[in-house]
Write a protein that binds this ligand. Structure first.
Ligand code: AMP
Length: 599
Protein backbone atom coordinates (compact mmCIF):
# COMPACT_ATOMS: atom_id res chain seq x y z
CA UNK A 1 0.00 0.00 0.00
CA UNK A 2 1.33 3.45 -0.93
CA UNK A 3 2.46 5.78 1.80
CA UNK A 4 1.64 9.47 1.60
CA UNK A 5 4.83 11.23 2.68
CA UNK A 6 3.18 14.64 2.88
CA UNK A 7 1.27 13.71 6.05
CA UNK A 8 2.75 15.25 9.22
CA UNK A 9 3.48 12.81 12.03
CA UNK A 10 1.73 13.42 15.32
CA UNK A 11 3.89 10.68 16.79
CA UNK A 12 6.80 13.08 17.13
CA UNK A 13 9.93 14.21 15.31
CA UNK A 14 11.66 11.29 13.58
CA UNK A 15 15.35 10.67 14.31
CA UNK A 16 16.15 10.00 10.66
CA UNK A 17 14.65 9.50 7.22
CA UNK A 18 13.99 5.82 7.89
CA UNK A 19 12.03 6.69 11.04
CA UNK A 20 10.05 9.32 9.12
CA UNK A 21 8.95 6.64 6.66
CA UNK A 22 7.95 4.32 9.51
CA UNK A 23 5.81 7.04 11.09
CA UNK A 24 4.18 7.78 7.77
CA UNK A 25 3.25 4.15 7.42
CA UNK A 26 1.82 4.02 10.94
CA UNK A 27 -0.21 7.15 10.31
CA UNK A 28 -1.45 6.02 6.93
CA UNK A 29 -2.57 2.66 8.24
CA UNK A 30 -4.14 3.90 11.45
CA UNK A 31 -5.99 6.78 9.81
CA UNK A 32 -7.65 4.42 7.41
CA UNK A 33 -8.26 1.43 9.64
CA UNK A 34 -11.52 0.32 8.14
CA UNK A 35 -10.61 0.76 4.50
CA UNK A 36 -7.23 -0.93 5.05
CA UNK A 37 -9.04 -3.84 6.69
CA UNK A 38 -11.46 -4.07 3.80
CA UNK A 39 -8.58 -4.12 1.33
CA UNK A 40 -6.64 -6.70 3.34
CA UNK A 41 -9.62 -9.04 3.46
CA UNK A 42 -10.30 -8.56 -0.24
CA UNK A 43 -6.66 -9.30 -1.03
CA UNK A 44 -6.66 -12.44 1.10
CA UNK A 45 -9.92 -13.69 -0.39
CA UNK A 46 -8.84 -12.90 -3.93
CA UNK A 47 -5.56 -14.70 -3.71
CA UNK A 48 -7.04 -17.67 -1.82
CA UNK A 49 -10.30 -17.92 -3.80
CA UNK A 50 -9.37 -21.30 -5.17
CA UNK A 51 -8.36 -22.88 -1.90
CA UNK A 52 -10.24 -25.91 -0.71
CA UNK A 53 -11.07 -24.16 2.54
CA UNK A 54 -12.85 -21.16 1.04
CA UNK A 55 -14.53 -23.33 -1.58
CA UNK A 56 -15.82 -25.64 1.14
CA UNK A 57 -17.81 -22.73 2.53
CA UNK A 58 -18.95 -21.63 -0.92
CA UNK A 59 -17.42 -18.18 -0.75
CA UNK A 60 -17.58 -18.35 -4.55
CA UNK A 61 -14.83 -15.85 -5.26
CA UNK A 62 -16.55 -13.09 -3.29
CA UNK A 63 -14.15 -10.63 -1.67
CA UNK A 64 -16.54 -8.57 0.42
CA UNK A 65 -16.90 -8.68 4.19
CA UNK A 66 -20.61 -9.51 4.29
CA UNK A 67 -20.31 -12.65 2.17
CA UNK A 68 -17.23 -13.72 4.08
CA UNK A 69 -18.86 -13.20 7.45
CA UNK A 70 -22.07 -14.93 6.47
CA UNK A 71 -20.41 -18.04 5.07
CA UNK A 72 -17.15 -18.75 6.85
CA UNK A 73 -17.34 -20.19 10.36
CA UNK A 74 -15.36 -18.97 13.34
CA UNK A 75 -13.01 -21.80 14.25
CA UNK A 76 -10.50 -23.04 16.78
CA UNK A 77 -7.40 -25.13 16.22
CA UNK A 78 -9.23 -28.41 16.76
CA UNK A 79 -11.57 -27.58 13.84
CA UNK A 80 -8.57 -27.11 11.53
CA UNK A 81 -6.50 -29.98 12.83
CA UNK A 82 -7.63 -32.59 10.27
CA UNK A 83 -6.65 -30.24 7.41
CA UNK A 84 -3.41 -29.25 9.13
CA UNK A 85 -2.56 -32.93 9.51
CA UNK A 86 -3.12 -33.41 5.78
CA UNK A 87 -0.57 -30.69 5.02
CA UNK A 88 1.83 -32.14 7.58
CA UNK A 89 1.47 -35.53 5.94
CA UNK A 90 2.29 -34.26 2.48
CA UNK A 91 -0.90 -33.01 0.82
CA UNK A 92 0.44 -30.11 -1.25
CA UNK A 93 -2.89 -29.11 -2.81
CA UNK A 94 -4.02 -25.55 -1.96
CA UNK A 95 -5.99 -26.35 1.17
CA UNK A 96 -5.54 -23.11 3.12
CA UNK A 97 -3.50 -20.91 0.83
CA UNK A 98 -2.84 -20.52 -2.87
CA UNK A 99 0.81 -19.91 -1.95
CA UNK A 100 2.71 -23.03 -0.93
CA UNK A 101 2.99 -23.66 2.79
CA UNK A 102 6.68 -22.94 3.41
CA UNK A 103 6.87 -24.33 6.94
CA UNK A 104 4.91 -24.81 10.13
CA UNK A 105 5.33 -22.42 13.00
CA UNK A 106 4.99 -24.23 16.30
CA UNK A 107 2.94 -22.22 18.74
CA UNK A 108 3.47 -22.32 22.48
CA UNK A 109 -0.23 -23.07 22.66
CA UNK A 110 -0.73 -26.83 22.59
CA UNK A 111 -3.23 -29.31 21.28
CA UNK A 112 -3.30 -32.79 22.81
CA UNK A 113 -0.07 -31.98 24.64
CA UNK A 114 1.89 -30.96 21.54
CA UNK A 115 2.63 -27.52 20.12
CA UNK A 116 0.01 -26.36 17.62
CA UNK A 117 1.25 -26.32 14.04
CA UNK A 118 0.50 -23.09 12.23
CA UNK A 119 0.91 -23.15 8.47
CA UNK A 120 2.80 -20.19 7.06
CA UNK A 121 3.86 -18.95 3.64
CA UNK A 122 7.08 -17.32 2.48
CA UNK A 123 5.75 -13.78 2.19
CA UNK A 124 4.58 -13.73 5.82
CA UNK A 125 8.22 -13.21 6.72
CA UNK A 126 8.15 -9.86 4.92
CA UNK A 127 4.94 -8.91 6.65
CA UNK A 128 6.49 -9.66 10.06
CA UNK A 129 9.55 -7.67 9.08
CA UNK A 130 7.29 -4.69 8.31
CA UNK A 131 6.17 -4.67 11.92
CA UNK A 132 9.70 -5.09 13.28
CA UNK A 133 10.76 -2.10 11.16
CA UNK A 134 8.36 0.12 13.09
CA UNK A 135 9.62 -0.71 16.58
CA UNK A 136 12.98 1.04 16.60
CA UNK A 137 11.69 4.32 15.11
CA UNK A 138 9.04 4.50 17.85
CA UNK A 139 11.65 3.72 20.51
CA UNK A 140 13.92 6.48 19.16
CA UNK A 141 11.17 8.98 19.93
CA UNK A 142 11.35 8.19 23.62
CA UNK A 143 14.99 7.24 24.12
CA UNK A 144 17.29 9.41 22.06
CA UNK A 145 20.90 8.43 21.53
CA UNK A 146 20.46 4.69 21.08
CA UNK A 147 22.78 5.02 18.09
CA UNK A 148 25.61 5.76 20.52
CA UNK A 149 25.71 2.25 21.95
CA UNK A 150 24.41 -1.30 21.76
CA UNK A 151 21.60 -3.54 22.90
CA UNK A 152 22.36 -6.59 25.00
CA UNK A 153 19.56 -8.88 23.88
CA UNK A 154 19.38 -12.51 24.91
CA UNK A 155 17.90 -14.15 21.83
CA UNK A 156 17.64 -17.88 21.23
CA UNK A 157 16.61 -20.41 18.64
CA UNK A 158 15.02 -23.73 19.51
CA UNK A 159 15.28 -27.19 18.05
CA UNK A 160 13.30 -27.74 14.89
CA UNK A 161 11.67 -30.90 13.59
CA UNK A 162 10.19 -32.05 10.30
CA UNK A 163 6.65 -33.23 9.69
CA UNK A 164 6.24 -36.69 8.13
CA UNK A 165 6.27 -35.06 4.69
CA UNK A 166 9.44 -33.07 5.38
CA UNK A 167 8.05 -29.61 6.16
CA UNK A 168 10.09 -27.83 8.82
CA UNK A 169 8.27 -27.14 12.10
CA UNK A 170 9.81 -24.57 14.46
CA UNK A 171 8.89 -21.59 16.61
CA UNK A 172 8.27 -18.31 14.79
CA UNK A 173 11.31 -16.60 16.32
CA UNK A 174 13.58 -19.49 15.35
CA UNK A 175 12.26 -19.10 11.82
CA UNK A 176 12.88 -15.35 11.95
CA UNK A 177 16.40 -15.48 13.43
CA UNK A 178 17.39 -18.07 10.83
CA UNK A 179 16.00 -16.01 7.96
CA UNK A 180 18.11 -13.91 5.63
CA UNK A 181 16.03 -10.90 6.73
CA UNK A 182 17.53 -11.23 10.19
CA UNK A 183 20.96 -12.63 9.41
CA UNK A 184 21.78 -10.06 6.77
CA UNK A 185 19.78 -7.17 8.22
CA UNK A 186 21.07 -3.82 7.04
CA UNK A 187 23.25 -1.99 9.54
CA UNK A 188 21.18 0.37 11.64
CA UNK A 189 23.21 2.41 14.12
CA UNK A 190 20.17 2.58 16.41
CA UNK A 191 19.85 -1.16 16.56
CA UNK A 192 23.21 -2.82 17.09
CA UNK A 193 23.36 -5.95 19.22
CA UNK A 194 26.21 -7.14 21.40
CA UNK A 195 25.33 -10.76 20.57
CA UNK A 196 26.84 -12.01 17.32
CA UNK A 197 24.48 -13.93 15.01
CA UNK A 198 26.62 -17.03 15.56
CA UNK A 199 25.75 -17.01 19.27
CA UNK A 200 22.05 -16.38 18.66
CA UNK A 201 21.91 -19.14 16.06
CA UNK A 202 23.45 -21.86 18.23
CA UNK A 203 20.78 -24.35 19.22
CA UNK A 204 22.65 -25.44 22.35
CA UNK A 205 21.13 -23.17 24.97
CA UNK A 206 24.19 -23.23 27.28
CA UNK A 207 26.67 -22.28 24.56
CA UNK A 208 24.33 -19.65 23.19
CA UNK A 209 23.65 -18.04 26.56
CA UNK A 210 27.28 -18.28 27.67
CA UNK A 211 28.62 -16.54 24.61
CA UNK A 212 25.89 -13.89 24.60
CA UNK A 213 26.59 -13.13 28.27
CA UNK A 214 30.32 -12.99 27.65
CA UNK A 215 29.87 -10.51 24.79
CA UNK A 216 27.57 -8.46 27.01
CA UNK A 217 30.24 -8.32 29.71
CA UNK A 218 33.01 -7.45 27.27
CA UNK A 219 30.97 -4.56 25.89
CA UNK A 220 29.45 -3.52 29.21
CA UNK A 221 30.16 0.19 28.84
CA UNK A 222 28.52 0.30 25.43
CA UNK A 223 25.29 -1.39 26.48
CA UNK A 224 22.39 1.07 26.47
CA UNK A 225 19.53 -1.43 26.88
CA UNK A 226 19.16 -4.97 28.07
CA UNK A 227 16.45 -7.25 26.82
CA UNK A 228 14.95 -10.59 25.92
CA UNK A 229 11.64 -11.40 24.30
CA UNK A 230 9.80 -12.14 27.52
CA UNK A 231 10.62 -11.13 31.10
CA UNK A 232 11.19 -14.79 32.02
CA UNK A 233 14.02 -14.93 29.46
CA UNK A 234 15.85 -11.98 30.97
CA UNK A 235 15.59 -13.46 34.46
CA UNK A 236 16.94 -16.70 33.11
CA UNK A 237 19.97 -14.75 31.88
CA UNK A 238 20.48 -13.22 35.35
CA UNK A 239 20.27 -16.66 36.89
CA UNK A 240 22.80 -17.88 34.35
CA UNK A 241 25.17 -15.13 35.40
CA UNK A 242 24.71 -16.13 39.04
CA UNK A 243 25.71 -19.68 38.18
CA UNK A 244 28.51 -18.94 35.71
CA UNK A 245 30.19 -15.65 36.64
CA UNK A 246 33.33 -17.35 37.94
CA UNK A 247 34.03 -19.08 34.67
CA UNK A 248 33.07 -15.99 32.68
CA UNK A 249 35.48 -13.88 34.74
CA UNK A 250 38.18 -16.48 34.24
CA UNK A 251 37.68 -16.35 30.45
CA UNK A 252 37.92 -12.56 30.55
CA UNK A 253 41.03 -12.62 32.71
CA UNK A 254 42.83 -15.12 30.51
CA UNK A 255 41.41 -14.12 27.15
CA UNK A 256 40.46 -17.72 26.39
CA UNK A 257 36.96 -19.06 25.83
CA UNK A 258 35.50 -21.74 28.11
CA UNK A 259 36.10 -25.10 26.38
CA UNK A 260 32.46 -26.02 27.01
CA UNK A 261 31.65 -23.67 24.16
CA UNK A 262 32.52 -26.02 21.33
CA UNK A 263 30.61 -24.40 18.46
CA UNK A 264 33.33 -23.48 15.97
CA UNK A 265 31.60 -20.43 14.54
CA UNK A 266 31.06 -18.98 18.01
CA UNK A 267 34.67 -19.69 18.99
CA UNK A 268 35.84 -18.02 15.84
CA UNK A 269 33.91 -14.80 16.32
CA UNK A 270 34.59 -14.58 20.06
CA UNK A 271 38.32 -15.07 19.47
CA UNK A 272 38.26 -11.74 17.64
CA UNK A 273 36.96 -9.80 20.62
CA UNK A 274 38.19 -11.73 23.66
CA UNK A 275 41.57 -10.48 24.89
CA UNK A 276 42.99 -10.82 28.42
CA UNK A 277 41.39 -8.09 30.52
CA UNK A 278 42.19 -8.67 34.22
CA UNK A 279 40.63 -5.39 35.22
CA UNK A 280 37.24 -6.30 33.76
CA UNK A 281 37.50 -9.81 35.21
CA UNK A 282 38.14 -8.36 38.65
CA UNK A 283 35.16 -6.06 38.25
CA UNK A 284 32.88 -9.01 37.35
CA UNK A 285 34.11 -10.96 40.38
CA UNK A 286 33.62 -7.99 42.69
CA UNK A 287 30.03 -7.41 41.54
CA UNK A 288 28.97 -11.05 41.48
CA UNK A 289 30.69 -12.68 44.43
CA UNK A 290 28.51 -11.17 47.15
CA UNK A 291 25.01 -12.29 48.05
CA UNK A 292 23.49 -8.95 47.21
CA UNK A 293 22.31 -8.97 43.63
CA UNK A 294 20.03 -5.99 43.97
CA UNK A 295 20.48 -3.64 41.02
CA UNK A 296 22.97 -6.02 39.37
CA UNK A 297 21.87 -5.00 35.88
CA UNK A 298 22.72 -1.36 36.37
CA UNK A 299 25.85 -2.18 38.30
CA UNK A 300 27.26 -4.30 35.49
CA UNK A 301 25.77 -2.33 32.61
CA UNK A 302 25.76 1.19 34.06
CA UNK A 303 24.53 2.93 30.92
CA UNK A 304 21.34 0.87 30.59
CA UNK A 305 18.41 3.16 29.97
CA UNK A 306 15.65 0.57 29.94
CA UNK A 307 14.83 -3.12 29.81
CA UNK A 308 13.31 -4.33 26.56
CA UNK A 309 11.05 -7.18 27.64
CA UNK A 310 7.40 -8.08 27.51
CA UNK A 311 5.91 -7.81 30.97
CA UNK A 312 2.25 -7.87 29.96
CA UNK A 313 -0.06 -10.86 30.31
CA UNK A 314 1.40 -13.80 32.21
CA UNK A 315 4.77 -12.02 32.34
CA UNK A 316 3.45 -9.35 34.74
CA UNK A 317 4.34 -11.73 37.58
CA UNK A 318 8.02 -10.95 36.99
CA UNK A 319 7.85 -7.17 37.35
CA UNK A 320 8.93 -7.06 41.04
CA UNK A 321 11.91 -9.34 40.37
CA UNK A 322 12.97 -7.31 37.34
CA UNK A 323 12.69 -4.15 39.42
CA UNK A 324 14.89 -5.73 42.08
CA UNK A 325 17.65 -6.66 39.65
CA UNK A 326 17.48 -3.44 37.67
CA UNK A 327 16.80 -0.88 40.38
CA UNK A 328 13.43 -0.16 38.80
CA UNK A 329 14.54 0.62 35.23
CA UNK A 330 11.70 1.32 32.80
CA UNK A 331 10.44 -1.82 31.06
CA UNK A 332 9.53 -1.41 27.41
CA UNK A 333 6.88 -3.74 25.98
CA UNK A 334 7.21 -3.04 22.31
CA UNK A 335 5.05 -5.51 20.40
CA UNK A 336 2.20 -7.97 20.44
CA UNK A 337 2.53 -10.94 18.11
CA UNK A 338 1.93 -14.65 17.72
CA UNK A 339 2.89 -17.56 15.52
CA UNK A 340 -0.35 -17.16 13.62
CA UNK A 341 0.09 -13.47 12.86
CA UNK A 342 1.95 -10.41 14.10
CA UNK A 343 -0.61 -7.98 15.45
CA UNK A 344 0.76 -4.63 16.48
CA UNK A 345 2.98 -2.39 18.53
CA UNK A 346 3.06 -0.18 21.59
CA UNK A 347 3.26 3.43 20.46
CA UNK A 348 4.35 4.55 23.95
CA UNK A 349 6.89 1.88 24.83
CA UNK A 350 8.25 3.69 27.91
CA UNK A 351 4.88 3.80 29.65
CA UNK A 352 4.24 1.96 32.93
CA UNK A 353 3.52 -1.77 32.55
CA UNK A 354 -0.04 -1.24 33.78
CA UNK A 355 -0.62 1.28 30.99
CA UNK A 356 0.75 -0.75 28.09
CA UNK A 357 -1.57 -0.91 25.13
CA UNK A 358 -0.92 -2.28 21.70
CA UNK A 359 -2.15 -0.66 18.51
CA UNK A 360 -3.12 -3.41 16.11
CA UNK A 361 -1.77 -2.56 12.67
CA UNK A 362 -4.62 -2.95 10.18
CA UNK A 363 -2.31 -4.12 7.39
CA UNK A 364 -1.10 -7.27 9.22
CA UNK A 365 -4.22 -9.38 8.69
CA UNK A 366 -7.98 -9.11 8.93
CA UNK A 367 -9.14 -8.79 12.52
CA UNK A 368 -12.52 -9.44 14.10
CA UNK A 369 -13.62 -9.42 17.69
CA UNK A 370 -16.00 -11.54 19.74
CA UNK A 371 -17.46 -9.45 22.56
CA UNK A 372 -16.26 -11.13 25.73
CA UNK A 373 -18.85 -11.38 28.42
CA UNK A 374 -18.19 -14.16 30.93
CA UNK A 375 -21.77 -13.93 32.27
CA UNK A 376 -23.52 -14.39 28.91
CA UNK A 377 -20.90 -15.56 26.43
CA UNK A 378 -21.56 -15.21 22.69
CA UNK A 379 -22.45 -18.65 21.33
CA UNK A 380 -20.20 -19.56 18.43
CA UNK A 381 -21.62 -22.27 16.21
CA UNK A 382 -19.97 -23.61 13.10
CA UNK A 383 -23.33 -23.84 11.32
CA UNK A 384 -24.41 -20.24 11.56
CA UNK A 385 -21.39 -17.97 11.29
CA UNK A 386 -21.71 -15.04 13.71
CA UNK A 387 -21.38 -11.42 12.72
CA UNK A 388 -18.40 -10.26 14.72
CA UNK A 389 -17.22 -6.75 15.47
CA UNK A 390 -14.70 -5.21 13.06
CA UNK A 391 -11.40 -3.64 14.13
CA UNK A 392 -12.62 -0.09 13.54
CA UNK A 393 -15.87 -0.71 15.44
CA UNK A 394 -14.70 -1.99 18.82
CA UNK A 395 -15.74 0.14 21.78
CA UNK A 396 -13.57 1.70 24.47
CA UNK A 397 -13.68 -0.17 27.78
CA UNK A 398 -15.07 -3.40 26.31
CA UNK A 399 -13.31 -6.74 26.29
CA UNK A 400 -13.08 -8.90 23.19
CA UNK A 401 -11.64 -12.18 22.04
CA UNK A 402 -9.39 -11.77 19.01
CA UNK A 403 -10.26 -13.59 15.76
CA UNK A 404 -7.93 -13.42 12.77
CA UNK A 405 -7.90 -14.09 9.06
CA UNK A 406 -4.40 -14.31 7.62
CA UNK A 407 -2.66 -14.31 4.27
CA UNK A 408 -1.40 -17.81 5.10
CA UNK A 409 -4.99 -19.03 5.06
CA UNK A 410 -6.32 -19.06 8.62
CA UNK A 411 -9.91 -17.88 8.34
CA UNK A 412 -11.76 -16.47 11.33
CA UNK A 413 -9.41 -18.23 13.70
CA UNK A 414 -9.74 -17.73 17.44
CA UNK A 415 -6.31 -16.86 18.79
CA UNK A 416 -7.43 -17.31 22.40
CA UNK A 417 -6.41 -13.84 23.62
CA UNK A 418 -8.74 -11.55 25.52
CA UNK A 419 -8.10 -7.86 24.90
CA UNK A 420 -9.61 -4.69 26.27
CA UNK A 421 -9.96 -1.51 24.25
CA UNK A 422 -8.25 1.38 26.00
CA UNK A 423 -8.32 4.05 23.30
CA UNK A 424 -7.57 4.82 19.68
CA UNK A 425 -4.63 6.06 17.69
CA UNK A 426 -6.37 7.81 14.83
CA UNK A 427 -9.05 5.26 13.95
CA UNK A 428 -7.03 2.22 15.05
CA UNK A 429 -8.01 0.81 18.41
CA UNK A 430 -5.45 0.22 21.13
CA UNK A 431 -5.73 -2.80 23.33
CA UNK A 432 -4.60 -3.84 26.73
CA UNK A 433 -3.68 -7.52 26.78
CA UNK A 434 -6.01 -8.93 29.44
CA UNK A 435 -5.18 -12.62 29.40
CA UNK A 436 -5.07 -15.75 27.37
CA UNK A 437 -8.17 -17.89 27.67
CA UNK A 438 -7.97 -21.07 29.72
CA UNK A 439 -4.44 -20.66 30.99
CA UNK A 440 -4.11 -21.68 34.60
CA UNK A 441 -0.35 -21.84 35.08
CA UNK A 442 2.49 -20.26 33.17
CA UNK A 443 6.13 -19.68 34.06
CA UNK A 444 7.81 -19.15 30.69
CA UNK A 445 6.35 -20.06 27.28
CA UNK A 446 4.36 -22.89 28.89
CA UNK A 447 0.60 -22.59 29.16
CA UNK A 448 -1.12 -25.21 31.28
CA UNK A 449 -4.90 -25.32 31.31
CA UNK A 450 -7.24 -26.81 33.88
CA UNK A 451 -7.79 -30.09 32.07
CA UNK A 452 -4.05 -30.64 31.61
CA UNK A 453 -3.49 -30.03 35.30
CA UNK A 454 -6.36 -32.37 36.18
CA UNK A 455 -4.93 -35.12 33.96
CA UNK A 456 -1.49 -34.69 35.54
CA UNK A 457 -3.04 -34.89 39.01
CA UNK A 458 -4.84 -38.11 38.05
CA UNK A 459 -1.66 -39.70 36.75
CA UNK A 460 0.25 -38.72 39.87
CA UNK A 461 -2.39 -39.78 42.38
CA UNK A 462 -2.54 -43.22 40.74
CA UNK A 463 0.81 -43.77 42.50
CA UNK A 464 -0.91 -43.29 45.87
CA UNK A 465 -3.36 -46.14 45.36
CA UNK A 466 -1.17 -48.89 46.85
CA UNK A 467 -1.09 -46.81 50.01
CA UNK A 468 -4.85 -46.46 50.28
CA UNK A 469 -4.41 -42.70 50.18
CA UNK A 470 -6.84 -40.38 48.40
CA UNK A 471 -6.52 -36.83 47.23
CA UNK A 472 -9.18 -34.75 48.94
CA UNK A 473 -8.53 -31.45 47.16
CA UNK A 474 -5.79 -29.69 45.26
CA UNK A 475 -4.81 -26.33 43.91
CA UNK A 476 -1.75 -24.86 42.24
CA UNK A 477 0.44 -21.79 42.24
CA UNK A 478 3.06 -20.48 39.78
CA UNK A 479 5.94 -19.73 42.16
CA UNK A 480 8.13 -17.10 40.58
CA UNK A 481 10.04 -16.21 43.71
CA UNK A 482 12.59 -18.83 42.71
CA UNK A 483 14.54 -18.45 39.46
CA UNK A 484 13.60 -20.26 37.37
CA UNK A 485 10.03 -20.27 38.63
CA UNK A 486 8.24 -23.55 39.19
CA UNK A 487 4.81 -25.08 39.62
CA UNK A 488 3.67 -25.68 43.17
CA UNK A 489 0.79 -28.08 43.72
CA UNK A 490 -0.96 -28.12 47.07
CA UNK A 491 -2.44 -31.47 48.06
CA UNK A 492 -4.75 -32.33 50.90
CA UNK A 493 -4.74 -36.07 51.44
CA UNK A 494 -6.84 -38.63 53.19
CA UNK A 495 -4.46 -41.28 54.52
CA UNK A 496 -6.63 -44.23 55.51
CA UNK A 497 -3.92 -46.40 57.02
CA UNK A 498 -1.29 -44.39 58.91
CA UNK A 499 0.84 -47.51 59.14
CA UNK A 500 1.08 -47.66 55.35
CA UNK A 501 1.70 -44.05 54.33
CA UNK A 502 3.29 -43.10 51.00
CA UNK A 503 7.02 -42.54 51.49
CA UNK A 504 9.05 -39.49 50.54
CA UNK A 505 10.15 -41.34 47.42
CA UNK A 506 6.55 -41.98 46.38
CA UNK A 507 5.74 -38.28 46.65
CA UNK A 508 8.83 -37.40 44.65
CA UNK A 509 7.68 -39.80 41.97
CA UNK A 510 4.25 -38.14 42.06
CA UNK A 511 5.97 -34.83 41.20
CA UNK A 512 7.72 -36.46 38.28
CA UNK A 513 4.53 -38.22 37.12
CA UNK A 514 2.84 -34.82 36.97
CA UNK A 515 5.67 -33.36 34.94
CA UNK A 516 5.64 -36.30 32.54
CA UNK A 517 1.93 -35.67 31.99
CA UNK A 518 2.25 -31.96 31.24
CA UNK A 519 2.44 -30.70 27.67
CA UNK A 520 5.55 -30.65 25.51
CA UNK A 521 6.14 -26.90 25.91
CA UNK A 522 6.32 -27.35 29.68
CA UNK A 523 8.71 -30.28 29.32
CA UNK A 524 10.85 -28.42 26.78
CA UNK A 525 11.16 -25.47 29.19
CA UNK A 526 12.15 -27.92 31.94
CA UNK A 527 14.60 -29.99 29.91
CA UNK A 528 16.05 -27.96 27.05
CA UNK A 529 15.71 -24.39 28.26
CA UNK A 530 15.99 -24.81 32.05
CA UNK A 531 13.44 -22.05 32.27
CA UNK A 532 11.16 -23.91 34.69
CA UNK A 533 12.35 -25.49 37.93
CA UNK A 534 11.38 -28.83 39.49
CA UNK A 535 7.67 -29.24 40.19
CA UNK A 536 6.90 -29.15 43.89
CA UNK A 537 4.08 -30.83 45.81
CA UNK A 538 3.22 -29.26 49.16
CA UNK A 539 1.06 -31.52 51.29
CA UNK A 540 -1.21 -29.49 53.57
CA UNK A 541 -2.90 -30.38 56.86
CA UNK A 542 -6.35 -31.93 56.81
CA UNK A 543 -9.05 -29.30 56.83
CA UNK A 544 -6.98 -26.70 54.96
CA UNK A 545 -9.28 -26.58 51.95
CA UNK A 546 -12.27 -26.14 54.24
CA UNK A 547 -10.49 -23.15 55.72
CA UNK A 548 -9.95 -21.89 52.21
CA UNK A 549 -13.68 -22.18 51.58
CA UNK A 550 -14.46 -20.36 54.83
CA UNK A 551 -12.13 -17.60 53.78
CA UNK A 552 -13.80 -17.29 50.35
CA UNK A 553 -17.27 -17.27 51.93
CA UNK A 554 -16.21 -14.62 54.41
CA UNK A 555 -15.30 -12.53 51.38
CA UNK A 556 -18.69 -12.99 49.77
CA UNK A 557 -18.53 -16.29 47.82
CA UNK A 558 -21.73 -18.30 47.66
CA UNK A 559 -21.57 -21.47 49.73
CA UNK A 560 -23.67 -23.39 47.18
CA UNK A 561 -21.52 -22.47 44.25
CA UNK A 562 -18.14 -22.64 45.92
CA UNK A 563 -15.51 -24.77 44.20
CA UNK A 564 -11.89 -24.96 45.26
CA UNK A 565 -9.89 -22.78 42.87
CA UNK A 566 -7.52 -24.86 40.73
CA UNK A 567 -4.95 -22.09 40.82
CA UNK A 568 -4.32 -19.45 43.46
CA UNK A 569 -2.36 -16.24 43.31
CA UNK A 570 -3.99 -14.01 45.90
CA UNK A 571 -1.27 -13.55 48.55
CA UNK A 572 -3.42 -14.14 51.68
CA UNK A 573 -4.65 -17.45 50.21
CA UNK A 574 -1.13 -18.56 49.30
CA UNK A 575 0.02 -17.59 52.79
CA UNK A 576 -2.83 -19.53 54.36
CA UNK A 577 -1.92 -22.61 52.33
CA UNK A 578 1.78 -22.24 53.12
CA UNK A 579 1.09 -21.96 56.82
CA UNK A 580 -0.60 -25.38 56.74
CA UNK A 581 2.12 -27.27 54.86
CA UNK A 582 3.20 -30.53 56.49
CA UNK A 583 5.67 -31.78 53.87
CA UNK A 584 7.26 -30.65 50.60
CA UNK A 585 8.41 -32.82 47.71
CA UNK A 586 10.23 -32.20 44.44
CA UNK A 587 10.72 -34.02 41.18
CA UNK A 588 13.89 -36.06 41.53
CA UNK A 589 14.81 -35.60 37.87
CA UNK A 590 13.64 -33.98 34.66
CA UNK A 591 10.74 -35.41 32.63
CA UNK A 592 11.25 -36.75 29.13
CA UNK A 593 11.33 -34.39 26.23
CA UNK A 594 12.60 -34.61 22.67
CA UNK A 595 11.92 -32.23 19.81
CA UNK A 596 9.92 -35.00 18.11
CA UNK A 597 6.19 -34.90 18.63
CA UNK A 598 4.57 -37.64 20.68
CA UNK A 599 2.28 -39.75 18.52
P1 AMP B 1 2.97 -18.12 20.28
O1 AMP B 1 1.81 -18.69 19.57
O2 AMP B 1 3.76 -19.14 21.01
O3 AMP B 1 3.77 -17.33 19.35
O4 AMP B 1 2.43 -17.16 21.42
C1 AMP B 1 1.63 -16.06 21.07
C2 AMP B 1 0.87 -15.64 22.30
O5 AMP B 1 1.76 -15.05 23.26
C3 AMP B 1 -0.15 -14.58 22.02
O6 AMP B 1 -1.32 -15.08 21.45
C4 AMP B 1 -0.33 -14.02 23.41
O7 AMP B 1 -1.17 -14.86 24.18
C5 AMP B 1 1.08 -14.05 23.97
N1 AMP B 1 1.72 -12.74 23.72
C6 AMP B 1 2.40 -12.34 22.65
N2 AMP B 1 2.81 -11.06 22.76
C7 AMP B 1 2.35 -10.64 23.97
C8 AMP B 1 2.41 -9.42 24.68
N3 AMP B 1 3.06 -8.36 24.20
N4 AMP B 1 1.81 -9.36 25.89
C9 AMP B 1 1.18 -10.43 26.41
N5 AMP B 1 1.09 -11.61 25.79
C10 AMP B 1 1.65 -11.72 24.58
Amino acid sequence: MAVDSSLPSPLGPPACEKDAKAFQLIEEMTRNTDSVQEKVLAEILRRNANTEYLQRFKVGGAIDRDTFKSKVPVVSYEDLKPDIDRVANGDRSPIFSSHPISEFLTSSGTSAGERKLMPTIADELERRQKLYNLLQPVMNLYVPGLDKGKGLYFLFIKAETKTPSGLVARPVLTSYYKSEQFKTRPYDPHNVYTSPNEAILCVDSFQSMYSQMLCGLLMREEVLRVGAVFASGLLRAIRFLQLNWKQLAQDIASGTLNPKVTDASIRNCISKILKPNPELAEFVVKECEGDNWEGIITRIWPNTKYLDVIVTGAMAQYIPTLDYYSGGLPKACTMYASSECYFGLNLKPMCKPSEVCYTIMPNMGYFEFIPHDPISPVQISRDSPPHLVDLADVEIGKEYELVITTYAGLCRYRVGDILQVTGFHNSAPQFKFVRRKNVLLSIDADKTDESELQKAIENATALLQPYDTNLVEYTSFADTKTIPGHYVIYWELLVKDPANQPSEEVFNQCCLAMEESLNSVYRQCRVADNSIGQLEIRVVKNGTFEELMDYAISRGASINQYKAPRCVNFTPIVELLDSRVVSVHFSPTTPHWTPERRR
